[in-house]
Every structure is written in C-alpha cells, then in structure tokens.
Design a protein around this ligand. Structure first.
Ligand code: ZN
Length: 214
C-alpha cells in the first residue's frame, strides 16, 4: 500500500539526523545515529523517541555552532550590519580631519547602523544560547505535537522550513513551544504525536524538543 511523495505511509519515511544531517532512509532508522552517535528523532508516527539522558547532555559542537552562527539568520545579518557600521564610522572619523560636518554625519550613521546590527547579533545569539541551555541541562517532560505548517517567513534556496508547535505539561500546567525543521519528513508528522520536551526549570518558556528535529 505504498503511496508516493508527501503522502507516503508514515512507516515508509526515513529521518534526518538533527546533529550531523545524515539522512537515514526508512528501515534504517535506529535510536542513535550510526554516523555521529547522536539521538535520532522518531520517524513520523505514534512512537516516542528514546527518552533524553539526564543532564548535562553533551551537544555536538557542530550543532551548537550552527545554532549560534552559521544557521542563525539574525546573527549573520547583525554581524554584517555591525561590520559595515564600523567601516562607516571609521571613514567618518578620517573625514573629520578633512570636512568636519561630513565626517560627523558619516560617523553618526555608522555608529547607529552598527549599533542596530550589534543589537540584532546579540539578541539572536542570546536566544540561541538559551535554546542550547535547555537542550543541555533542561528538565524532561512528556509533550505532544500540536501542529505542523510551512513557515514562509524564512526562505533559503527557494525552500521554507516547517514550523512545529508542541505542548507539554509542567506541574499540571500546559505550556507551548515551537521549533522549526527543514527535513521534508516533518510534513508527514501529525497532531497528537508524542515527543519529549526539555525546558529550563527557572523559565519553562524556554524549551526544545528532544532530540531536536533536522
Ligand atoms: Zn548524526
């Protein structure tokens, strides 16, 4: 009973390792990635992945680097703005010796532009650090997938990620969170799927799915 494309039966879906991005086709999905040893997300369906190990959990460096910089759009754009701002401010300082008003304008523009860039960079890095913190030492809760939809607010190479919303319970109180993944297999996930959530005990609003999805 094999259907094709996006509507393949859930059991037929492979899964991509969130840590090293190795794709495991259906039938080869294990609890741990055979390539990097990281925990693999469960394929779409009613099975929960393996429970998170107790903290502190070690995250692959490549993964934290991606969260902090190489796949962090805010941090990248912010760094570019901050660098351009610094260049303008430096030119402005030089121009002050030639034509003071022009130099000051350049400097002010550079400082403002650079400041905005730096703020964006710090903010984006801070939220990535909180995410890493939750993954590393967060407490464990049982959660459930609430919904999956394409997130068109982000487009890279003509593709958008999937935004996955989930709910979990802390002391009987329902809390929500969301995460994104680029793996096409996420389109097959259904509301109600069980998953694990890790959250910061002092701020349960900061949470992540465990293991994260690719
Ligand atoms: Zn892996």
């Amino acid at each position: 009973m094999m259907q094709h494309g996006m509507f393949a039966a859930p059991g037929a879906a492979g899964v991509t390792c969130p840590w090293c991005k190795h794709h495991w086709p259906a039938g080869m999905v294990a609890v741990e990635c055979g390539n990097c040893g990281g925990a693999l997300p469960a394929p779409p369906g009613p099975t929960r992945a393996a429970a998170p190990p107790p903290g502190p959990r070690r995250l692959p460096e490549r993964y934290t680097r991606e969260l902090l910089f190489s796949k962090n759009v805010g941090a990248i754009v912010g760094t570019i703005f901050a660098s351009l701002g610094a260049v303008f401010a430096a030119i402005g300082l030089g121009l002050c010796f030639v034509l003071l008003p022009l130099g000051l304008s350049f400097f002010a523009f550079g400082a403002l532009f650079g400041g905005i860039g730096w703020g964006l960079r710090s903010g984006s890095r801070k939220s990535a650090l909180r995410q890493i913190d939750a993954l590393t030492r967060g407490l464990v809760a049982e959660g459930q997938l609430v919904g999956v939809r394409p997130d068109h607010s982000e487009i890279i190479n003509g593709r958008s990620p999937y935004r996955i919303e989930y709910v979990f319970y802390v002391n009987g109180q329902a809390l929500g969170g969301s995460t994104k993944g680029w793996d096409i297999v996420n389109a097959l996930r259904q509301p109600g799927e069980p998953l694990w959530v890790v959250f910061l005990p002092e701020d349960p609003g900061v949470s992540s799915i465990w293991p994260p999805i690719a």
